[in-house]
Each structure stands twice: as C-alpha cells, then as structure tokens.
Design a protein around this ligand. Structure first.
Ligand code: BTN
Length: 267
C-alpha cells in the first residue's frame, strides 16, 4: 500500500478535493475514528435540528448496516464508510436514486483506473460477481422527506472480515497494483454524489436509463429472488422508468421496487 492510501481520514484533505462551489455549500465534513453508523450520525444531527448539508466518514463502524437490515462489516482496515445528507425538494424514488448514485460511483472508480465494474440492481458494485461496494439510500418522512445516502467501499478486507461476509466480496487491494489515495477518492465520490443528486432531482432517471445496460450485472441472467416467504428463479430483464427491476417469470414480466427481497445469481 502507498502511504497516501493508508493515511488517516482527514476532513481538510477531503474538503481540498471538492470544487469551490460544493466546498462552500457543504457545511460539515465530520470524521470519526469509531461510530455506530455514519448514516446514524447524520440522522441524529437532523433530529437535533441541523438540516444543513453534511458528510460523515468513519475509520470503523460498530453497527454498520446494509440493505434489508444486513450488517455491513466495517473493520478498521482503511476502508471507506461515508454518508451524505444533501437537502433536495423532489420526492425521489429510492430505486431510481440508488441507480443514479451507483452509476456515479462506478464512473468515479473508473476514472481511477478501476475496470470491469458492474451494478447488481439496485445498489451493489461488483467486479467479476464479487462485491466491492454497497450503497444504502435511506429516506424518512417528517414535515419534509429527508434522504441520507451511505456508501461502503472495500479498500482492504482482512481474512476474518471476508469470512463474515455472506456473499463473494473483493477489495481495491485485490484489484489494483497501487491503491488510490483514500482522502482524494472520498472527495471525488462526495463531489460526484452531490452532482448526481442535483441532476437526479431535476431530470430523474431519464439520462441514466439509456446507459443502464452498460452497467447491468444481471442483464438477461437467471436470478434467484429470496424473500422470507420463499424463493423462485426468474430471468432479469433490465429496469423500468422508475428504476424498478424487471424480471420474467414463466411468460409474465413482473417488477420489483427497492424491497426486502434478496437477489442472487442462479447460475
Ligand atoms: C448494502 O450493500 O447493503 C449497502 C451497504 C452500505 C454501507 C454503508 S457504510 C457507510 C454507511 N453507514 C452504514 O451504516 N451503512 C452505509
């Protein structure tokens, strides 16, 4: 590993890699050594009445979470655990936003020379069917709708952690000859997330839909859909205009919105 990649998270270095406009708009970049979940830090900040734009990062999380209430393994091994609260007005579809953020994350990583990245609907960034990163979009409804987007990106997975993850996983260390600088990459991810949210609230998914097939890890694949009620096999066939997954079961096309159903490759 280079010195840069292992250096501690620094709000100053992250702020330095943002454009002046975003730097001015982003009130806080909070960095914790340890916290329960970076998403929760931002939810607590909102419930304390601070609704200015903010980012939270941590070196390790004691209760990192993924979709469907899964645990997001968050060892202190130089990974990225980051969450963004960015206020916006539109009533956003969660599947749609997840997809837009996923495409933005892949493009940010591609610009660092990381290739063969795909998105497994709605929010898993995969390389050769192994998970490199996950995106968690959480919305809560009070007087307004607030949304927090969390990203977990594996830089380095200790063997012990790898054993705890219940699906094939990978890390930048396994993919890159030299690791990107964590602070600079965090800055670029944050910058692109904000630009994506701004774009999405005006244009929805319209500019992302034509691109989806280039990113779609499930395209025309046999998939297993698993819910507490049971499981079945289907064939994935892209997404609809809301960003919901389309799949063929028998001779019927059905759709799935961002839900508690887990999806696995069936072959
Ligand atoms: C998933 O793939 O299920 C989503 C994983 C999201 C993990 C990130 S790590 C930073 C933020 N804080 C959390 O507790 N979860 C997200």
């Amino acid at each position: 590993m280079t010195l840069d990649s292992t250096s501690q998270l620094s709000s100053t270095l992250i702020r330095d890699s943002l454009t002046p406009t975003i730097r001015e708009q982003l009130s806080s970049i909070i960095v914790h050594q340890t916290t329960s979940s970076t998403n929760d830090v931002l939810w607590r900040r909102l419930s304390d009445g601070d609704n200015s734009p903010a980012v939270c990062l941590a070196e390790t999380q004691t209760a990192g979470r993924g979709r469907r209430g899964d645990t997001w393994q968050s060892p202190d091994s130089g990974n990225l655990y980051l969450s963004l609260f960015w206020p916006f007005v539109a009533d956003l579809s969660q599947s749609g936003l997840s997809i837009a953020i996923g495409i933005s994350l892949i493009n940010t990583l591609k610009a660092e020379g990381i290739n063969d990245l795909q998105l497994k609907w709605p929010n898993d960034v995969l390389v050769n069917r192994k998970k490199l990163a996950g995106i968690l979009v959480e919305s809560r409804y009070g007087k307004t709708q607030n949304t927090i987007v969390g990203i977990g990106l594996n830089f380095k997975l200790p063997t012990l952690t790898q054993d705890l993850i219940n699906q094939p996983a990978t890390s930048l260390q396994q993919l890159c000859s030299s690791l990107p600088c964590r602070n600079a990459l965090a800055g670029k991810i944050i910058q692109n997330m904000i630009e994506t949210i701004e774009h999405f609230q005006h244009r929805g998914l319209s500019d992302y839909l034509p691109l989806w097939s280039q990113y779609d890890a499930l395209d025309n694949q046999a998939i297993k859909l698993i819910s507490p009620e049971g499981q079945f096999i289907a064939r994935a066939c892209g997404i609809n205009e809301q960003g919901e997954l389309r799949y063929q079961r028998g001779d019927k096309i059905e759709t799935l919105s961002n839900s508690h159903i887990s999806i696995r490759f069936a072959s």
